[in-house]
Design a protein around this ligand. Structure first.
Ligand code: DX5
Ligand code: ZN
Length: 229
């Protein structure tokens, strides 16, 4: 994975057909997805339950791009090796998930993955300032995590602040929650480069009608890029 700040679209398979993940992943990649975003929820850190390591391992052979795994779980550290073994390329933990974020990020990198840190909407940018040399990605949540299809919360000021703090470091800013062609320009203009989108990508399409995924991905990307020109 080489580093670049161009706009990347990362569809969240939380909005895919849960009976058909292999084909759904193949369809979004064929239709232009840059990364595949996998939302892991534990029914404790967030009020919903999704995928454990065996499910993520089953997705792995279908992902030809980058498997971006977002852990909404606590504790994190006991599960890091299991998600490395399952084939995650990027593993993101929440800053709110425990008291020892340094240790968590170091352990993620030591297990051979890129390390991400996510912030809930209520957490200020400064909470991760001391971690920027240990991280490859900062994920700014623009909804309270737990479900797809929620209303976007404008975090533009936080994104701008993070962009300043990051400076020249090779750290991605990822936005997660309520990203669509209306909100994408706001986050791109503020400095985000990775846009997670669940409902906005899967809406109206299916594996038998995948060109809709392509149109949806294109619409989010074009809207984000229009804010940069
Ligand atoms: C929310 C998840 C998101 C979610 C985004 O807890 O982390 O990745 O699936 O879905 P949309 O794009 O529908 O808001
Ligand atoms: Zn997510």
């Amino acid at each position: 994975m080489s580093f670049d700040r161009s706009i990347k679209i990362a569809p969240s398979i939380l909005s895919a057909d849960f009976a058909n993940f292999g084909q759904e992943i193949q369809a979004i990649e064929a239709q232009g997805a840059d990364w595949v975003h996998v939302d892991v929820m534990d029914g404790h850190f967030v009020p919903n339950l999704t995928f454990g390591p065996p499910a993520v391992n089953a997705f792995r052979p279908h992902v030809k791009t980058v498997m971006d795994v977002h852990l909404m779980i606590t504790p994190v550290d006991p599960y890091i090796q299991a998600y490395a073994d399952a084939g995650a390329d990027i593993l993101t933990a929440h800053i709110e998930a425990g008291p020892h974020a340094h240790r968590t990020l170091q352990a993620i990198r030591a297990a051979g993955m890129k390390a991400g840190i996510a912030l809930n909407p209520g957490t200020p940018a400064e909470a991760v300032e001391h971690l920027l040399d240990l991280t490859d990605l900062v994920c700014v949540m623009t909804v309270n995590p737990g479900f797809g299809g929620q209303k976007f919360i404008d975090m533009s000021a936080k994104i701008r602040r993070l962009r300043e703090m990051i400076g020249d470091r090779p750290v991605h800013i990822e936005i997660d929650g309520g990203v669509d062609p209306k909100t994408a320009p706001l986050v791109a203009a503020a400095g985000a480069d990775v846009l997670v989108a669940g409902s906005a990508v899967f809406k109206g399409g299916s594996v038998s009608n995948p060109s809709v995924y392509g149109e949806n991905i294109h619409a989010v990307r074009a809207a984000a890029e229009s804010a940069l020109s």
